[in-house]
Write a protein that binds this ligand. Sequence first.
Ligand code: BGC
Length: 269
Amino acid sequence: MDSSTLTAPAGTRGDRLLGRKVLVTGSSKGIGRGIAIRLAEEGADVVINYNSDPRGAEEALAEVQALGRRGAIIKANLGTVPEVRDLVARSAEALGGLDVLVNNAGIEKHAAFWDVTESDFDAVLNVNLKGVFFATQAFVQQCKAAGRPGKIVNISSVHEELAFPNFAAYCASKGGVRMLTRTLAVELGPLGITINSIAPGAIETPINTRLLNDPVKLQSLVRQIPLSRLGKPNDVAGLAVFLASRDSDYVTGTTYLVDGGLTVFYQEQ
Ligand code: BGC
């Protein structure tokens, strides 16, 4: 066997997802954009969703199309249920059905617990948990109506497990996603629908701008990561390919950490 087939570099185009129709929420930037492009590299047609970054969405779509795949851009705020439902319906219309939903859109707000406002709490929970809940519900309704199986991939966080002081609402939302993933694995299994979560650690994306601009905080975080660096969106995207592909057909209700070892690294002071 030609050994080069075993050592294909990351990003090499394959056909593991040929013809699969995918919606990636929040895919104009960061992890979502990395996933959208990586899935297209494997043959998927992809709907790019954005809320505040139309230019990023255009760039992502151009990359999807340059790979020879079909795509569309749909604007929707994941924190508003009618927009979420409309996004899923229009995505299915644009691609002629949906096989995979990647619930990626997410936000976080920094504040001491005693200062968190109701509007910030609602903003975080609405996008990170309510949006995931109702996007998943709309996707499942599509699958049921079409009599097709489906795959749901949630982009959670190490903070579905690890404490994150000053981000209590964010942690509560990701803890909610963890239990939603487990519960829906049971409820949706009989429909042939799988649901799993990816829990990224510190990834270089716009959500981390504050951290990336603070060399002291950044260094102290990198010291807690056994692989000694922050991750990149592409570090997360490879696992999304697996979870969107037939290779994961017997996997459901699970969270995969993609964190360079951060979660399991206990350092005695
Ligand atoms: C958060 C980042 C944080 C990282 C590691 C992510 O879920 O969005 O702000 O740096 O977890 O703590």
